[in-house]
Design a protein around this ligand. Structure first.
Ligand code: ADP
Ligand code: MG
Length: 765
């Protein structure tokens, strides 16, 4: 018997008798689609996960007659959901489970098995999985706990398990998970041990926490959000969020992807995949561990230590992932995106039958940065023609308490038909039970006729919840219980829409850089200190810093390191202008704090005095850096720190020494596109100063952008750099460029050999 499962662009053919899967790429697909970047990876991954979501036969190893045990609940769920294929209970201690013949081991099952659920004590799992491999099982879902979440020994067991799985070509969900579900009627698989099988819908979800997964299914059902597939990934030893994203990328049953994350396995891969998928389907993510208290909970839980929150924010922003901070927001955004198109813009109208809640809605919308524009005279006149004289029609449109179904219907139709707004929030606050059903029906009918270029949301405010006309599963728009929640969800959707419409950034290659020279300076610095470099790394001395930055066209003022007053005066004469003297000292991290910097010094007498001053400021002077004095200009910070999980993070901000105090900075994950660099600058509020705010002197923003991109190129080519602080960078007026007057660079050896990507190109050496 053959079964065929179609995914967009390819189909899986399952020969049930032979236990063979084949993948066929649709011939009508253009070569361009097939050859598109990542397509091969996507098809291979999606195909490998097919047996998990579309099995033709299932074994439940550890199926139990005890209905309260996990093995009993899981088996019952699969049977109760009417899985579309044979289900074999496996349990050496039972001959029958729920009137179904039970097998002592998976090897004893007469037919082929695609998918096995494993609910045996942790120490037996390896053996059972080995038997599954021998039987030709294609996917295993390991519910059993006792693996890496318990410590060293468990991690060892998990590694062995993964070896078996990888060697046999199976895919594994878990261990230590709750299971998975696929509501597609062609399989109807409820492969988890919780009590809820949600209704079928277009939302797919992966959860790193099993218990939370339960709560999510419960709420989704309560809020009438239909689920396509649900996976509790547990320890994600094999199948992780990235694989699931690839499965859902072209899955015709999935329109919205939800992720509950506690940790990232491979953030760089996530970023690459999510960037592509978010262009097609919204990805909504809750990343826990946001606060340090949350981080502690996450580390004692399935997830590992929470990573720097700014890194997560940067990652999500760059990849177009919609980040929500609470589960409530997760559902609100999902309810909106699974039913309505993303907003075309930020102009919102509010229709209401009560003034107070409308004011709350407008406040919430505006504080989220959305606009509630006054409607045109023409549109106001049309609204007036059917509304009572007391109604307000500027926006919000307050139809007052007397408004009935016809007013609602006409107001919604009139506003949705205009091109003055992008989204409409309709508030309905029933004064009594009278006429609720009629008005709700009118709102539903008018709201469901929303044209494709508008986004429609409803708010029904009453503690009893919305009537069925507005809450049943097939309503084509979301109904919220509070205006603030609707406004927040709309904001998230609008931000996502803005990301969708922004142009693709480009990774800029510089051909005037000298990676070999920079690298040489870095290695020389590390050689000099030998073994002691270790994992802590070493700060480059000012000369090496100069060489490294100069190799990448990052502009530093003319400078020289001297060790006598005479040399300082000589260099000052050579520069022929005011100079700066800075003490070089291992103990002074911030030189100016201790009086180790003398600015704007002219003439041999003053240079001599300044030399004395800066060298006496510290106990351990190692020399003096003499620099040309850069007058005027704005002071900015460009920095880099390496996050252990996310890799290099770049930071930009204004304010020189005050930057930490003000905290007005932008982070991005390396590598930067030209657009990322430009956005980093525009995102920082105080960067308005660079535009010549209120008659102030403007700065050379182009040169700042260029410097950010050059820093990104430098850390790409010289991964030994793991901390960098260019503070301050002096920004001259447009066309005058920037000068890095203070730079610190920390390096440490990298395991393995260094072959920067651009060195592969002979022209770049
Ligand atoms: P540190 O950060 O260790 O205190 P800096 O080298 O950054 O020392 O110098 C302190 C401040 O002096 C800078 O923030 C900047 O305002 C000013 N400064 C430093 N070098 C120059 C220079 N070459 N031209 C003009 N101003 C400078
Ligand atoms: Mg400084």
């Amino acid at each position: 018997m053959m079964r065929v499962f179609r995914n967009a662009g390819f189909s899986m053919h399952r020969d049930v008798d032979q236990g063979v899967y084949t993948v066929e790429i649709d011939t009508e697909q253009s070569d361009a689609v097939i050859e598109a970047e990542g397509r091969a990876e996507q098809i291979a991954t999606a195909a490998s996960l097919m047996p998990l979501f579309y099995p033709t036969s299932i074994a439940v190893i550890g199926a139990s007659r005890n209905k309260t045990s996990i093995g009993g609940r899981l088996f019952n769920n699969i049977i109760n959901a009417d899985f579309n294929g044979p289900v074999y209970p496996v349990n050496p201690k039972a001959s029958v489970v729920r009137s179904i013949h039970c097998y002592p081991s998976v090897a004893d099952i007469p037919g082929s098995v695609d998918l096995a659920f494993i609910v045996v004590p942790g120490r037996f799992v390896s053996n059972v999985v080995q038997e599954c491999a021998a039987k030709g099982v294609r996917g295993v879902v390991v519910i059993s706990a006792g693996f890496s979440e318990t410590g060293e020994a468990g991690a060892q067991m998990e590694a062995e398990l993964l070896d078996i799985v990888r060697n046999s070509g199976m895919r594994m969900v878990g261990p230590n998970c709750m299971g998975l579900q696929n509501t597609d009627p062609s399989v109807s698989l409820d492969g988890q041990f919780g009590p809820i099988m949600p209704r079928a819908g277009n939302v797919s979800m992966s959860s790193q926490s099993g218990a939370l997964g339960l709560a999510i299914l419960d709420y989704a059902t309560h809020l009438n959000i239909g689920i396509s597939t649900f996976v509790s990934v547990g320890n994600k030893a094999d199948v992780a969020g990235n694989d699931l994203l690839l499965f859902w990328e072209e899955d015709p049953n999935t329109d919205v992807i939800l992720l509950y994350l506690e940790s990232f396995g491979n953030p760089r891969r996530f970023s690459r995949i999510a960037r592509r998928i978010a262009k097609k389907k919204p990805i909504v993510a809750v990343k826990s561990g946001r606060t340090s208290a949350g981080a502690r909970a996450a580390s004692s839980h399935t997830g590992s230590l929470a990573s720097l929150d700014v890194a997560v924010d940067a990652l999500f922003r760059q990849a177009g992932v919609i980040r929500v901070s609470t589960l409530e927001e997760l559902f609100d955004v999902t309810a909106l995106l699974s039913n309505q198109p993303v907003p075309k813009g930020d102009r919102v109208a509010v229709v209401t039958n009560a003034g107070g809640p409308a004011i709350l809605a407008v406040d919430a919308l505006e504080s989220q940065g959305l606009t509630v524009p006054e409607l045109s005279d023409g549109l106001q006149a049309r609204l007036k023609s059917f509304l009572s004289d007391e109604a307000a029609v500027t926006n919000p449109i307050d139809m007052i308490a007397a408004a009935g179904p016809e007013q609602y219907r006409q107001a919604i139709e009139t506003i949705l038909g205009s091109d003055e707004i992008d989204a409409l929030i309709t508030l309905f606050i029933p004064a009594s039970d009278l006429g609720v059903s009629e008005t709700a029906t009118a709102i539903r009918e008018a709201g469901e006729a929303t044209p494709d270029d508008k986004t429609f949301l409803c708010v029904y405010m009453q503690s009893g919840g919305a009537p069925t006309e507005l809450s049943s599963g097939d309503v084509g728009f979301p109904t919220f219980s509070f205006p603030e929640r609707a406004a927040k969800a709309l904001r998230k959707a609008t931000t996502y829409a803005e990301w969708l419409s922004r142009p693709e950034g480009k990774f800029v290659e510089f051909d005037d850089v000298d990676p070999a020279r920079a690298k040489y300076a870095v290695e020389a610095a590390m050689d000099g200190v030998g073994e002691s470099v270790g994992v802590d790394g070493v700060w480059l001395d000012p000369d090496a810093v100069d060489v490294v930055l100069d190799s990448y066209g990052i502009v530093i003022p003319k400078a020289q390191v001297v060790s006598t007053v005479k040399d300082a005066i000589a260099f000052g004469e050579e520069l022929d202008g005011p100079i700066v003297l800075k003490v070089i000292s291992p103990s002074a991290v911030h030189k100016s704090d201790v009086g180790g910097v003398a600015l704007d010094v002219v003439g041999s007498v003053d240079i001599g005095a300044a030399y004395e001053q800066v060298t006496n400021a510290v106990p351990d002077p190692e020399g003096v850096l003499v620099q040309e004095f850069v007058a005027g200009g704005h002071e900015i910070l460009i920095g880099m720190v390496e996050d252990p999980t996310f890799g290099p993070l770049l930071v930009f901000g204004l304010g020189g020494v005050f930057v930490e105090l003000i905290g007005d900075v932008a982070f991005r994950i390396h590598p930067l596109t030209d657009l990322d660099a430009a956005e980093m600058i525009s995102e920082v509020k105080s960067a308005k100063l660079l535009e010549g705010y209120r008659g102030g002197e403007p700065g050379d923003i182009e040169a700042v952008t260029d410097t950010l991109l050059r820093v990104s190129a430098l850390i790409e080519d010289v991964p030994e750099i793991f901390e960098m602080d260019l503070n301050p960078v002096k920004v001259g007026p447009p066309g005058a460029g920037v000068r890095i007057v203070d730079a610190r660079i920390k390096v440490r050896p990298i395991a393995g050999s260094w072959i920067p990507s651009r060195m592969d190109l002979p022209s770049k050496i």
